[in-house]
Unconditional design. Structure first.
Lengths: 249, 292
């Protein structure tokens, strides 16, 4: 059992109890975790093959020749329609994330002439204002968990408080999973809280590697370990072990 | 049915400096690359490109012809950030108008439908608004579908596109286009949104042969939105154009490397971009492969 396996199970748990939505994780561990959730406890979510169809069977990562049981056609235009319908839970990466869940994947420095151009806004603004969003940060550090993000691609709870009702009513930052733990915003002022710490990680490690003050509950839960069956399914989805490269021991 | 087939040279005659050009495809997928090279060869400048960006934005930035890019993203897919675009942004060489990916679709749709804007929630609360100070919001005159009142929405303005270029798997001489791959992307909207549209294709075929290769659902570009057809086999190279061919990942890597080194760029430019025709380009690509 490795840290990466625990992270993937924690990602899968973000989609627990969900049904009749597009489960849309982006990135290596998120895709493995999302497909694991669908193959086990959340069979009624739908997922894309990362190209243009919804497939019912759990597909191996980055294998364009894998057999697909196609249940619907979902080109990019349909994905946007689903975003706006709200029937979607996306998990994205975050180069920077702050205590209210503001995400930056756009650029470092000033937008006009950035020090480092990153991916850009991509679909973050539309995702956050329309449906549930979770984040995956494989390298938890003071550089990724920052006191203030340089550019807000995906707005967090403070921005939504300013925006007000009814405009903010579909905003829902659900979980942040990192290589150290699982975090949520279930606090009175929606500041990031430790939800669980992964086995083998000290709470202090999460605190030290975060630039802002994490809300710490009285009893800190430990992230669960995956079952034997879940590990077997992870290997089917990720036969080459790409998750171990994303989260080294 | 009027014959709209033209040559690359006739396409070049349609180009002018200062134009806003819409480019179909998505990232490094089914991009009208032979027409992009025609634009490079034409030497026109001060261009604005509107696209789900791929190598056309990187190439036209590095040739110095691009003034402004309007985009939902700029990516080579297997290389997540377009490396020449990265350089152009970090040196401030181009003006950038960046939209949420879905919001970008609405700019095309508004232009296609001749309305000034379409409303969306995308952008509220994010820095998309600060990055685009000209963007405006509107207050809904109706209650929301779920009873919400006085809702504020972002008004995505219709893109003002002079000329669009798209690449299809098949076309007929009259200007009807057919995609045979997994996704049309937004090429029908690029064709509708622009004042004029030029379509390259892998092969020009007789109209009655369209259904030999794909169902009626693949006939998404009606000729009323197309002004010229340019036959260009391998015309999307090095981007993918399935089922005719996949992405030339080796060539894409070669292109990406040229963002790091002026000498590499100069020789790439000389060998591939200065070729006098699409045929010459393909010959250069083939001879490059043989040298490896």
């Amino acid at each position: 059992m490795k840290r990466a396996d625990i992270c993937v199970a924690a990602i899968a748990d973000c989609f627990r109890d969900e049904a009749d939505i597009l489960c849309n994780p982006i990135g290596i561990s998120p895709i493995i975790g999302g497909r694991l959730a669908k193959a086990t406890f959340s069979p009624d979510v739908v997922m894309t093959d990362a190209v243009s169809v919804l497939a019912t069977n759990p597909l191996p990562l980055n294998d364009p020749s894998a057999e697909r049981t196609i249940e619907a056609y979902a080109p990019y235009r349909t994905i946007f329609d689903i975003v706006w319908s709200g029937r979607r839970h996306v998990m994205m990466g975050a180069t920077q994330i702050d205590q209210y869940g503001n995400q930056n994947i756009a650029a470092i420095g000033d937008y006009k002439k950035p020090k480092a151009q990153l991916l850009g806004l991509r679909g973050s603004p539309g995702n956050l204002i329309n449906h549930r969003t979770s984040y995956w940060v494989p390298s938890h550090s003071q550089r990724s968990f920052v006191s203030e993000v340089d550019i807000v691609s995906g707005p967090g709870y403070d921005r939504m408080r300013t925006l007000g009702k009814p405009d903010n009513r579909f905003h829902d930052v659900h979980r942040v999973v990192s290589n150290l733990g699982v975090f949520d915003f279930e606090t009175s002022d929606n500041r990031m809280r430790i939800r669980s710490i992964h086995p083998g990680v000290e709470v202090g490690e999460a605190i030290e590697n975060t630039s802002f003050e994490l809300v710490i509950p009285e009893d800190i839960a430990q992230t669960r370990v995956p079952t034997e069956d879940e590990l077997r399914i992870m290997d089917l989805i990720d036969p080459r072990g790409m998750r171990y490269q994303e989260v080294p021991e | 049915m009027a014959d709209k087939v033209i040559t690359e040279e006739e396409f070049i005659d349609e180009l002018e400096s200062g134009m806003t050009i819409g480019v179909g495809g998505w990232g490094s997928r089914r991009k009208p690359m032979s027409l992009v090279r025609s634009i490079i060869r034409s030497g026109i400048t001060d261009l604005t490109v509107v696209s789900y960006g791929g190598p056309e934005i990187g190439l036209l930035s590095t040739t110095g012809q691009l003034k402004k890019a309007v985009y939902g993203f700029v990516s080579l897919d297997s290389i997540p950030l377009e490396p020449h675009f990265r350089v152009a942004r970090q040196t401030g060489a181009i003006e950038a108008i960046e939209f949420d990916e879905g919001a970008f679709y609405l700019g095309l749709l508004a232009a296609s439908h001749r309305v000034p804007f379409y409303p969306t929630r995308a952008g509220l609360g994010s820095d998309m608004m600060a990055m685009n100070p000209e963007l405006r919001t509107v207050v809904s005159p109706y209650p929301g579908p779920d009873g919400g009142e006085g809702e504020t929405l972002v008004a995505i303005p219709a893109f003002d596109i002079d000329l669009s270029i798209i690449h299809m798997n098949r076309a007929d001489a009259g200007g009807n286009g057919q995609f045979l791959g997994p996704d049309l992307y937004f090429d029908d909207l690029f064709a509708m949104a622009a004042k004029r549209t030029f379509m390259s294709c892998e092969k020009v075929i007789p109209t009655q042969e369209f259904l030999n290769e794909g169902s009626v659902h693949t006939l998404k570009i009606p000729r009323i939105f197309v002004d010229g057809v340019i036959e260009a086999p391998m015309g999307a190279h090095f981007t993918e154009c399935p089922p005719d061919y996949g992405r030339d990942e080796n060539f894409q890597k070669l292109y990406a490397e040229t963002a790091k080194n002026q000498e590499l760029w100069d020789s790439f430019n000389q060998k591939y971009l200065q070729a006098n025709s699409h045929e010459e380009y393909l010959a250069a690509v083939n001879s490059g492969e043989q040298n490896e």
